[in-house]
Design a protein around this ligand. Sequence first.
Ligand SMILES: Cc1cc2nc3c(=O)[nH]c(=O)nc-3n(C[C@H](O)[C@H](O)[C@H](O)COP(=O)(O)O)c2cc1C
Length: 138
Amino acid sequence: MLHEILYSSAATSSMTSAQLSALAIQSSESNHEGGISGCLVYHKREFMQLLEGEQDEIENLLAKIIKDSRNTNLKVIWQGPIEQRAFASWGMAFVNLEEGTKPSGIQEMIEQGLNSAQITGHHSTARELFEIIRKEML
Ligand SMILES: Cc1cc2nc3c(=O)[nH]c(=O)nc-3n(C[C@H](O)[C@H](O)[C@H](O)COP(=O)(O)O)c2cc1C
């Protein structure tokens, strides 16, 4: 049964684009091996990530991420079964919202911060964010 976990967390220090690329590449490779897909978003020292895959696999990964000293204050926004993957062709799509053009429609959403009660309190808002990003990446 396929599952998804959606969470946000705070970066412990601001990450350079080189550090973020290294994390994205390593994650993508290792996720492909574990049959995990999803999308990681970074903005103003905050992360939001969607993990998709077998429940055991993504729960094990989440446990590793919780212990990872690069982030703290991790909050699970939503988790549950899914019928299909949103980011099937990606090990881990990565979007740095500080660089390049932001997908239109998300500016208002991210103003309060990815790890804010504003977004984490409404999982529909967080899901909408990934839906907009997904469409942008097609
Ligand atoms: C915000 C954040 C997101 C991460 N996402 C992933 C991911 O999708 N896949 C992954 O393998 N590691 C991810 N990592 C890295 C893991 O925390 C961990 O370093 C990695 O799985 C290697 O763990 P291991 O050496 O114990 O196998 C992430 C780390 C952070 C801080």
